[in-house]
Write a protein that binds this ligand. Structure first.
Ligand code: SF4
Length: 356
């Protein structure tokens, strides 16, 4: 089995792999871009971002010299904004310490911000053909089935999986081998209804032999937290008030409209919640007017509903802090925002087109 496993999967990969843009290059920076974007994001969602990113930051020097705000803006919509910040920091280190050459050594890669075991192995193997195995969710599922390992797909299994991969990995074409496993998981050995009859390694697969492939891995139930947040559209002339989040913690450095979570134990209703939030954030009383719109978005295991109101500040205590700006509706698109706030901006622009 061990002898032919890599031959079988590589042969299949060369015939059937999707022609993805980052597979057409050996440029380590471009491979790094794709791997940074693909973590927890689908291939389909990444393709447009990949092209736009390379247009804006064609090489590691361009990225290193860019402003933090333009990096976040280019990343907007991919989520997990810490990845963008780490990517930016790592590009600066690569320029300063390695004269702009992405290091080949997996340990040197691993020392860069944002590079865990997966990222360092993927960039080293795909860009430089270094022999180093990796595990992502697709690979974990494929190998659990090959080895007939029952139970949930948790990272505690990775030691055994890596041990197996170290044995079956070929001496050359290591990047293709790693990509072949990931491709197999994405296209053939899927979570539901794996296409075992078309699988290039079915003769090596213990779960398939036993007919229990669909029971591996054990599915875990994910329960979504439902969150309601209220958002204030505060206008001065034709401009809206937005504020920047602190440069650490969740969504660090992103811009958003004032507002926050409804606290069901404390707030007597949506408008009361928004009055409280505005007072806490701006130190200012306000009148909450009509509802402007509702938008939904999801992140990790949260389902968030943003309920947006027109708000008028009352009194004269409001002072613009350095983290706040009044911005015209068209210019709002220039600011990096989390998905929910970006959807509100889209609604504002739609309304402007109807009622300019
Ligand atoms: S035979 Fe089926 S379960 Fe086994 S690796 Fe192939 S697709 Fe997955």
């Amino acid at each position: 089995m061990i002898k032919t496993f890599s031959v079988d999967i590589l042969k299949w990969y060369r015939l059937h792999a999707r022609a993805l843009p980052w597979r057409m290059t050996k440029d380590p920076y471009k491979i790094w871009v794709s791997e940074a974007m693909l973590q927890q994001t689908t291939v389909k969602a990444v393709i447009d971002y990949y092209h736009a990113w390379l247009k804006k930051f064609p090489d590691v020097h361009a990225l290193a010299n860019a402003s933090a705000e333009s990096v976040l803006k280019a990343w907007q919509g991919l989520g997990y904004y810490n990845r963008a910040r780490n990517f930016h920091k790592s590009a600066q280190i690569v320029v300063e310490k390695y004269q702009g050459e992405v290091p080949r050594d997996p340990d040197a890669l691993r020392a860069l911000p944002g590079f865990g075991p997966y990222m360092s192995a993927s960039v080293a193997s795909i860009a430089f053909d270094i022999k180093i195995s990796l595990v992502d969710a697709n690979v974990r599922r494929v190998i659990m089935r090959i080895l007939n390992i029952h139970g949930p797909a948790v990272s505690a299994r990775d030691k055994d999986i890596l041990k197996f991969l170290d044995v079956v990995m070929p001496e050359r074409h290591c990047g293709d081998f790693n990509q072949a496993l990931m491709e197999l998981g994405a296209m053939v050995c899927t979570t539901k209804e794996p296409k075992c009859n078309m699988c290039p390694v079915n003769k090596h697969c213990q779960a398939f032999k036993k007919g229990c492939q669909e029971l591996i891995p054990e599915s875990k139930k994910v329960s979504l937290n439902e969150i309601t947040a209220v958002i204030a559209l505060i206008k001065k002339g034709s401009k809206y008030l937005i504020q920047q989040r602190p440069d650490h913690g969740l969504l660090a450095g992103m811009w958003e409209f004032p507002g926050g979570k409804v606290e069901t134990k404390k707030d007597t209703g949506l408008k009361a919640a928004l009055k409280r939030e505005v007072f806490e954030e701006l130190g200012q009383e306000c009148l909450v007017g009509d509802e402007f719109c509702r938008v939904k978005h999801y992140y990790t295991t949260n389902k968030v509903q943003l309920i947006v109101f027109d708000v008028l500040l009352t009194g004269d205590k409001f002072k613009l802090k350095s983290s706040m700006r009044w911005v015209g509706s068209k210019d709002l698109k220039e600011y990096p925002m989390p998905s929910g706030s970006a959807k509100i901006v889209e609604k504002l622009l739609d309304t402007k087109q109807v009622n300019p």
